[in-house]
Design a protein around this ligand. Structure first.
Ligand code: ATP
Ligand code: MG
Length: 453
């Protein structure tokens, strides 16, 4: 590669190594991204210097992964991960290398890497490439291929098959035949990979522009059945009416559409999982029509199970489950303002954009053609109008607080909560009543009703 393409910061850092008589290379995703003409997200360097030597060379070094030979160099507000050349020999648990052995050469270091496109090094500061596995050719052919023997490489680390498919989604590359064919035989190794590592790859798939590329390859190779069996069992579950696709293809289309909308991770996941309850609740009624009663609740429960299994953070899980549970909303022009306010409360003001996006994705994936549900635009404008008036929408918006009610004689305890909720219902029906005076009067009446025998 042209020396001019090497970032000035990398040249400066490299000169520190070369002055000390050490080799240093840019490796991993940064080289791949450079060759693809993309800006690198982060810089990984490989060197023959030992971690303690790197620590001695720079002023600010954080011993981030010293057990694995990695330190982080902070240089002029940049972070660089510097790892000593190494080989990784045995992975007896299929998760992590048992031990790290340092290697003598960059070629040896590259040979432990997963895919040819991730096994190219850029010598610094010159910019000369070291490419023993023809990774550059594979990048040019948009091909994902294992370094060396795919069965062996997948057998060493069961995450690699999922990484290969993740890159297929992120880069829209094809997976080499031999590499793809080695995946089914590696499933018994993938089972042992920690849920956190699986989750991080799944996240990258879901965050890509075309999640369905990896998900379909996962189905083909058995990874989907292994990691997301709930989704795999949506294959062949047909839906009638406006639906053109089975539940799995519908879910994949919805997820791709959410990606096209550049929606949040929660919306993308909700799009993928919003119908996973359908295989469970599918019934055929007297006239031979398939029904899926309460599928949103069952889908939400299954999504929670998946999120727990893959150790997703609680806050994300709760939002995901909520979006799926509420995804079947409807709207008609005849709704009163109170009904629109109840809709806003049920969904939550902070979730409105997400639930609209989910519904758009669901609608797109029903027929596979552009066009949101007809009721969405009128509902959005009703909601916006009501939010603009910003009238009472939650307990905290009431003109009285719990403390006010207590001073007015309502006893502390469950009754206080009941009365506050009734006041909220009252105000939802008639926002004019949201004044301190009126609400205290109503609360007094309610309180007497509860006290009188
Ligand atoms: P990105 O950071 O864009 O997701 P990346 O290729 O940089 O992609 P990282 O997980 O940051 O991926 O790993 C950096 C490099 O380490 C990879 O390019 C690859 O050379 C090597 N690598 C990462 N994970 C593995 C693995 N499981 N097996 C073998 N080599 C790996
Ligand atoms: Mg990286």
């Amino acid at each position: 590669m042209d020396n001019a393409a090497v970032h000035p910061i990398l040249k400066e850092v490299a000169s520190v190594f070369t002055r000390a008589g050490k080799q240093v290379y840019l490796v991993g995703g940064a080289v791949r991204d450079l060759l693809l003409g993309k800006e690198a997200k982060d810089w990984d360097l490989a060197t023959d210097a030992r971690p303690e030597e790197v620590i001695a060379l720079f002023r600010r070094v954080i011993p981030t992964g010293i057990k694995h030979g990695t330190v982080t160099v902070r240089y002029k507000s940049n972070s660089l991960e510097v790892t000593t050349f190494r080989t990784e020999s045995t992975y007896s648990d299929g998760r992590r290398p048992d031990q790290v052995n340092y290697a003598a050469t960059i070629e040896e270091d590259l040979s432990r890497r997963d895919l040819t496109m991730n096994a190219i090094a850029l010598s610094l500061p010159s910019g000369t490439t070291v490419d023993p596995f023809k990774g550059i050719e594979d990048i040019q052919n948009r091909r994902i291929r294992c370094v060396g023997n795919p069965e062996e490489r997948f057998g060493e680390d069961g995450l690699r098959p999922l990484r290969a498919l993740r890159f297929a989604s992120q880069l829209n590359f094809t997976v080499d035949e031999a590499t793809l064919a080695a995946i089914p035989g590696a499933l018994s190794t993938t089972v042992r990979v920690s849920p956190e590592r699986i989750r991080d790859e799944l996240d990258k798939i879901i965050s890509s522009d075309r999640p369905s590329i990896a998900l379909l390859l996962m189905e083909k190779t058995g990874l989907l059945e292994l990691i997301l069996p709930e989704l795999a069992s949506c294959r062949g579950v047909e839906q009638k009416g406006f639906h053109r696709f089975d539940v799995l293809d519908h879910s994949l289309l919805a997820c791709d559409y959410a990606a096209r909308l550049n929606a949040s991770r929660e919306v993308r996941m909700a799009s993928l999982f919003h119908d996973i309850g359908k295989p469970t609740v599918c019934r055929i009624d007297e006239s031979g029509v398939r029904t899926f009663y309460q599928h949103e609740q069952v889908s939400a429960d299954l999504a929670r199970r998946i999120a727990l299994r893959l150790r997703y953070p609680n806050a994300l899980t709760e939002r995901l489950v909520h979006l799926i549970r509420e995804h079947m909303f409807h709207y008609e022009e005849s709704w009163t303002d109170a009904a629109v306010r109840r809709f806003i409360i049920r969904v939550g003001e902070e979730n409105l954009k997400d639930i609209y996006a989910l519904r758009q994705a669901d609608a797109f994936a029903t027929a596979g053609i552009e066009g949101e549900p007809g009721f969405l635009a009128p509902l959005v404008s009703r909601v916006d109008a009501i939010l603009a008036e910003s009238r009472a929408l939650s307990l905290k918006d009431l003109a009285v607080s719990g403390a006010d009610l207590i001073s007015a004689g309502v006893p502390k305890g469950p009754r206080l909560g009941i009365i506050l909720k009734e006041l909220l219902e009252t105000v939802l029906d008639d926002p004019e009543l949201n004044t301190r005076e009126k609400l205290l009067e109503i609360a007094g009446n309610l309180n007497r009703r509860y006290t009188s025998p």
